[in-house]
Design a binder for this molecule. Structure first.
Ligand SMILES: Nc1ncnc2c1ncn2[C@@H]1O[C@H](COP(=O)(O)OP(=O)(O)OP(=O)(O)O)[C@@H](O)[C@H]1O
Length: 280
């Protein structure tokens, strides 16, 4: 892995395993097995792989929702402690925010859009009152929503609008990195394209870095210059998007590509178990 001062994310030798099942069926799943990667400041790296390849575990460790068993994560030049204190967790949340697949799950259905965004402004930047209202207006504008949407509850919005709110909420922390975990997977293809365009505009305007997790190779082409391919907790291929998708070197990447002949189709592969498993 190359490590330069321009990398906003540097991961080396990351490991995570889960014990699953009970009794004689108990086994260890290697969700991440010696994963190393670097993401340059202001760039977008796509992470692809079939279901169970370890993509979400990688994202959850990066944002601090899960702790690694081994390896190192350096974010914006600062090594991340395996068991961070509260202040460290808060600082990390300012640096890196995550947008999930299901905005319904990440937004409280009883809180208005304005309240949801204000919560983040207050937590990370102690912004309240009129200034918070002004910032909410700006953020809604940036994600293509109208001022009136501030008073809406998530249930009154479409899926695409909800995902725009989730993006505005993440941006309210003013992070350097957005981790987007299947962030457009639940949207109709036309809405998906709108949200992808929006994300591209935001990245440029704010000079953000994206880690874009997706199973959809057509999405990778739209959003990312670089891609890593994960299989069974390991990175099997990495390179520029054109190189990897047009001239894959690894048999698994070829299979992944050939299994997804049209946009938006979720590949069903028969490549064996989700993650590498060993008997406990
Ligand atoms: N909390 C957990 N407990 C037990 N096993 C887990 C847990 N989280 C993930 N795993 C296992 O780790 C492996 C990697 O899962 P992960 O969710 O990271 O993959 P993924 O590539 O994101 O897949 P998907 O697209 O389906 O979310 C899978 O075998 C999964 O079952």
């Amino acid at each position: 892995m190359s490590t330069t001062a321009e990398n906003v994310i540097e991961i080396s030798g990351l490991r995570k395993q889960f014990a699953v099942g009970r009794g004689k069926r108990r086994r260890t799943v290697h969700a991440l097995d010696d994963v190393s990667l670097a993401v340059a400041d202001g760039s977008c790296l796509a992470v692809v792989g079939e279901s169970g390849s370890g993509k979400t575990t990688l994202a959850r460790i990066l944002v601090g929702l899960e702790s690694a068993d081994g390896g190192e994560v350096v974010l914006a030049g600062r090594p991340v402690a395996r068991r961070p204190r509260r202040a460290e967790r808060r600082a990390r949340a300012r640096d890196i925010q995550m947008v999930f697949q299901d905005p319904n799950g990440s937004l409280n259905r009883r809180r208005t859009v304005e309240a949801a965004i204000k919560e983040v402004l207050a937590a990370h930047h102690r912004v309240t009152g009129d200034e918070a209202r002004r910032r909410v207006g700006e953020l809604l504008d940036q994600v293509g929503l109208r001022p009136a949407h501030a008073r809406a509850l998530p249930g009154e919005l479409s899926g695409g609008q909800q995902q725009r709110v989730a993006i505005a909420r993440a941006l309210a922390a003013e992070p350097r990195v957005l981790v987007l975990d299947e962030a457009v997977a639940a949207l109709d293809v036309s809405v998906q394209a709108q949200v992808l365009n929006l994300l591209a505009e935001i990245r440029q305007a704010r000079r953000l870095t994206y880690l874009f997790i997706t199973h959809d190779l057509s999405v990778v082409r739209q959003v990312s210059e670089e891609v890593v391919v994960m299989r069974q907790g390991r990175i099997v291929e990495r390179g520029s998007t054109d190189e990897v998708l047009d001239r894959p070197r690894h048999a698994y990447t070829m299979l992944l590509r050939d299994s997804a002949p049209r946009p938006g189709w979720r590949p069903r592969l028969s490549t064996g178990a989700d993650a590498r498993e060993v008997e406990a």
